[in-house]
Design a protein around this ligand. Structure first.
Ligand SMILES: [Zn+2]
Length: 72
C-alpha cells in the first residue's frame, strides 16, 4: 500500500575549512573503497578536501518521525 505524507527536509552542508566563506561541492570523484571518500572543492577559494559523504546531503523526515543524527 502506498503511504502519502507530508515530510520535512533536513539539509546538511559543509563550509570550507580553509576560507570559511565557500561551500564544499563534490567533484564527482570517489577515492578509495571501502569506505568511499568524496573529493570536494570550495566554491569560493578552490580548496580541495575529501569527506565520507557528498555535500549537501538531504534527508526527508515524515511528520512525527524522529531523525537520529550521528555525532561526528
Ligand atoms: Zn574556501
Amino acid at each position: 500500500m502506498e503511504i502519502i505524507q507530508f515530510v520535512r527536509a533536513i539539509s546538511t552542508d559543509m563550509e570550507c575549512p580553509q576560507c570559511k566563506r565557500g561551500r564544499m561541492r563534490p567533484l564527482g570523484i570517489i577515492m578509495g573503497q571501502p569506505p568511499p571518500n568524496y573529493a570536494h572543492i570550495c566554491t569560493a577559494c578552490g580548496f580541495k578536501c575529501e569527506y565520507d559523504k557528498a555535500y549537501p546531503t538531504l534527508v526527508q523526515v515524515g511528520e512525527g518521525e524522529v531523525l537520529k543524527v550521528e555525532e561526528e
